[in-house]
Write a protein that binds this ligand. Sequence first.
Ligand SMILES: [Zn+2]
Length: 107
Amino acid sequence: MIMKKPDFKCYCKNIDFGTYENTVSMKCPNIKRKGGWVSIDNCLATVMAFLWKNGIETLNSCCGHQKLETTVIVSEKSIKKMKELGYKNSTLDAPDNVKKQIFKITI
Ligand SMILES: [Zn+2]
C-alpha cells in the first residue's frame, strides 16, 4: 500500500524535548509492549499512520519541536522501503551504525 506522502508541518510552540505535552497515543503495529500504544508528537500523527500503513517498522520519532530536524528512526529492514517512499536520510549527527536508520521527514 502506497498512498500519497502526507504533508508535514510542525506546529509546536515552546515544547521541550522529552515531555508529553504535545503528543497523542497511537497503536504502533510493530511494538508489543503495552499493547503497542506509544506517544507520538501531534505534528507527526498523520506521517506515522502513513508509514505504518506502508509496513514501515518505526523505533522512534520526533517532530523536532521547531528546534531540530524532524526525524523518524526505522528498523534495519525498513530502510529500503523508506527510500522507495521517497524519504531521505537525516543530516543530524549520529553514530555511523544507526545513521542509515534515521530519516528526515519533509514534504
Ligand atoms: Zn511539532
